[in-house]
Write a protein that binds this ligand. Structure first.
Ligand code: IPM
Ligand code: MG
Length: 410
C-alpha cells in the first residue's frame, strides 16, 4: 500500500479508537443507570426556564406565563421554584466555543425539569463556527434519552405518540464524523443494547399505560443492518414482556408514506424509532396537525427532563422584526407535557384541550407570524382564558364530535 495511505489509515484508526473508548465508557454508565425520578416526593421542585435564542425567548416567555398561572399556588407556597437560566444564546456559545457553556450546564443540572426555547444550530456555511447543537448536547449531557412527541388531529382520527431515541443513532457522533482524506469523509451511527432497550420499554410502557396497546417500531433494518438490526431484534425481545401490547415493524420510507395515507394513518398509535428517523417523521406528522409550530416535545431521562418546541429558532423572524408574532403553541404544548411529567395530569389535560380549541377548532385568534395575526402573548392569554372556561370539557368534546362527523370516512 502507498505510504501516505498507511499514515491516513493509522490516523483514522486512532481517532476511531478514541470514539470507541468513549462509547464503551458510556455503556458502562448506562449499566449503572437508576430508576425514574419520582417528582411527587420532592419538597421543592426546581423548574429551569431557558429561553434559547432567535424567537426562543419570545415564545418561551409567553409559555412561561401560562405555566406560572397554572402553577400559581405551588409557586406561591415555595413548593415550586422557577429559575431563569440565560447563557444558551448562539453568541454566548460561540464566545466560549462550546455547545453549552460550563456555567449554564451546571445551572441546568441544578434543576429537576427544564422548559427550553429553541436554540440556533449552526451548520457548515453559516456565519457561526460549526459548533455542536446545544439541543443535542443537552440531550446527551442530561441523558434525556426519550424524545416523546405527541401529534393529535381528532377530526382525522390521528392520535400518535412518537418515542424517538434521543442520545444515540446518527446523532451520538454527529459532530465527530471523520475527514479521512481529501476525498473521503465518514460519519458514525451508534446503538447500544441498553440505549435501545430503554427507549423500546418507554414506548411499550406508554402503550400499555394509556390502554392504546399498539406499538409500531420503525427502522431501515434491511439496509442499516447493525444498528437498526439491533433495534429490531431488541423490539422482538422487549415485546415478549408485553403480550397485551400488539406491535408491528415498518421501514421508515414506507412509514413516511403511510402517515399521509388516509386509509391507514388513523390505525397507528405509538411509534418507537431511532433518532434520525424520529427527527424526520415527527416533522412530517406535526405538519398534519398544523405545522411544527404547534408541536411540543418532552426530552425525558430517568433523572432530568427538558420540554421544548420541535422546531428551530427562526432567526429570520427576529431579523425582520416579527419575533413577537411567533406562534408560542409549540412551547405551550411543551408546558402541558411538563405539567403531566411533574404530576399535574389534570392541569395538563385542560391545557391540551384548550390548545386544541384555540389552535384547531375555535381559532378566535390566529397566528400568522406577522402583524396581520395575534402576538404570542395575546395568543397565550387566549389559551389561558380557554383553560378557565367552565364548559371547557364539553366544548372540547363538542368540537371533536362535530369534526369527526365531518370526516366520516377517516
Ligand atoms: C428537533 C430539531 C433538532 C434535532 C435540531 C435543532 C438539533 O430538529 O428537535 O427535532 O435535529 O433533533
Ligand atoms: Mg427536528
Amino acid at each position: 500500500m502507498h505510504m501516505v495511505d498507511e499514515k491516513v489509515i493509522q490516523a483514522a484508526k486512532e481517532r476511531y479508537g478514541e470514539l470507541l473508548e468513549r462509547q464503551l465508557k458510556r455503556v458502562e454508565g448506562l449499566k449503572q443507570e437508576g430508576d425514574w425520578t419520582d417528582f411527587s416526593g420532592l419538597d421543592r421542585l426546581i423548574i429551569g426556564v431557558c429561553g434559547g435564542d432567535g424567537i426562543g425567548p419570545y415564545i418561551c416567555a409567553s409559555a412561561q406565563k401560562v405555566m406560572e398561572a397554572l402553577l400559581e399556588e405551588r409557586i406561591a407556597s415555595g413548593n415550586i421554584e422557577i429559575r431563569q437560566i440565560d447563557g444558551l444564546t448562539i453568541e454566548r456559545r460561540v464566545e466560549v466555543m462550546k455547545a453549552i457553556p460550563d456555567d449554564t450546564l451546571a445551572e441546568l443540572k441544578r434543576c429537576h425539569v427544564i422548559l427550553k426555547g429553541p436554540t440556533t444550530t449552526p451548520k457548515k456555511g453559516d456565519p457561526w463556527p460549526n459548533i455542536e447543537s446545544a439541543n443535542v448536547a443537552m440531550r446527551k449531557e442530561l441523558d434525556l434519552f426519550a424524545n416523546i412527541r405527541p401529534v393529535s388531529v381528532p377530526e382525522l382520527g390521528i392520535d400518535w405518540t412518537f418515542f424517538r431515541e434521543n442520545t444515540e443513532g446518527g446523532y451520538a457522533l454527529g459532530s465527530d464524523g471523520y475527514h479521512v482524506s481529501d476525498d473521503l469523509v465518514m460519519d458514525f451511527c451508534v446503538a447500544t443494547v441498553q440505549g435501545t432497550e430503554r427507549i423500546l420499554r418507554a414506548g411499550f410502557d406508554h402503550a400499555r399505560k394509556t390502554g392504546q396497546n399498539y406499538v409500531s417500531v420503525i427502522t431501515k433494518a434491511n439496509i442499516i443492518k447493525a444498528t437498526d438490526g439491533l433495534f429490531l431484534s431488541l423490539a422482538e425481545k422487549v415485546a415478549e414482556d408485553y403480550p397485551d401490547v400488539e406491535w408491528d415493524d415498518w421501514f421508515v420510507d414506507i412509514m413516511a408514506a403511510k402517515l399521509i395515507d388516509p386509509a391507514r394513518r388513523s390505525d397507528f398509535r405509538v411509534f418507537v424509532l431511532p433518532n434520525l428517523y424520529g427527527d424526520i417523521l415527527t416533522d412530517e406528522a406535526a405538519q398534519l396537525q398544523g405545522g411544527v409550530g404547534t408541536a411540543g416535545s418532552a426530552n425525558a431521562g430517568k433523572r432530568y427532563a427538558m420540554f421544548e418546541a420541535i422546531h428551530g429558532s427562526a432567526p429570520r423572524m427576529v431579523a425582520e422584526g416579527r419575533a413577537q408574532y411567533a406562534d408560542p403553541s409549540s412551547m405551550i404544548k411543551a408546558v402541558a407535557m411538563l405539567l403531566d411529567h411533574i404530576g399535574e395530569a389534570e392541569k395538563a389535560k385542560r391545557l391540551d384541550m384548550a390548545l386544541d380549541i384555540c389552535v384547531q377548532f375555535e381559532r378566535k385568534l390566529v397566528m400568522t407570524g406577522r402583524s396581520s395575526g395575534a402576538t404570542g402573548d395575546e395568543f397565550a392569554e387566549y389559551v389561558m382564558d380557554t383553560v378557565h372556561r367552565d364548559d371547557l370539557e364539553q366544548a372540547w368534546e363538542g368540537y371533536v364530535h362535530a369534526a369527526k362527523a365531518k370526516n366520516v370516512c377517516l
